[in-house]
Design a protein. Structure first.
Length: 227
């Protein structure tokens, strides 16, 4: 039986077909690499609009905090979440912002990123009246465009780790929004490895969203005034 299977495979995958497959795979691999490299170069341009030192961040009335889960899938606190909250608190108490929009996924009753961010900010002493919740920030694109389309902001500070800030700024400035980023502390290489690998593909997808599909937020909804 095994011999017959080997003979069948050999018959189908002739030397010529194998050569063509190798060439096709090589061509696709090189093309993907070049696209990922190009996307990274384009979106990394937003780095010039990001800040690591709170003292050097220009004042903006509003900060948009990009959401992530408070807890890891395997248990324990998510350092991306903790560090974004820390960065937002530093901006607030340094007088660099006066209003905060927490924007994230609210996919189910038990999973609510804006609610968790709001709770943590309240614990840190930020008043409730200064915090607005965006429950439809499913993606970076949604969070940024809803900050304008729903909350009426054309100039604001986005808070996340630098790699996501760069992507958020690219999206914002493509839509003529005056946005800067305050970089929350990143996580260690081991903890953040999967996230950083995904970011390469997220940047490529971001270019497709902008230049090919011209993607809009999943939901807009009624206007919310940020006082």
């Amino acid at each position: 039986m095994l011999t017959r299977v080997i003979q069948l495979v050999t018959t189908i995958f002739t030397p010529r077909l194998r050569r063509n497959l190798r060439r096709t795979i090589m061509t696709l691999s090189v093309t993907l690499f070049l696209l990922l490299w190009l996307a990274n170069q384009v979106i990394s341009h937003g780095r010039q609009y990001t800040y690591d030192d709170v003292a050097s961040v220009p004042y903006n009335k509003v900060a948009v905090v990009l959401g992530t889960s408070k807890y890891l899938v395997g248990g324990g606190l998510n350092q991306y979440f903790e560090n974004r909250i820390d960065a937002t608190v530093r901006l607030w108490f340094s007088g660099k912002i006066t209003q905060i929009i927490v924007s994230g996924d609210n996919a189910t009753m038990s999973y609510n990123e804006p609610r968790e961010m709001r709770r943590e900010l309240l614990k840190r002493g930020i008043p409730a009246h200064a915090i607005y919740s965006d429950y439809a920030g499913f993606r970076t694109l949604d969070s940024i465009l809803r900050a304008h389309g729903v909350f009426g902001q054309t100039q604001f500070t986005v808070v996340s780790q630098r790699f996501q800030n760069e992507r958020a700024i690219f999206l914002a400035r493509h839509h003529h929004l005056d946005v800067i980023g305050f970089n929350a502390k990143d996580v260690d290489v081991y903890t953040g490895f999967k996230t950083r690998v995904r970011e390469f593909f997220a940047r490529l997808w971001c270019l497709f969203d902008v230049y090919i599909w011209e993607r809009e937020p999943r939901f807009m909804g009624e206007q919310i005034e940020v006082e």
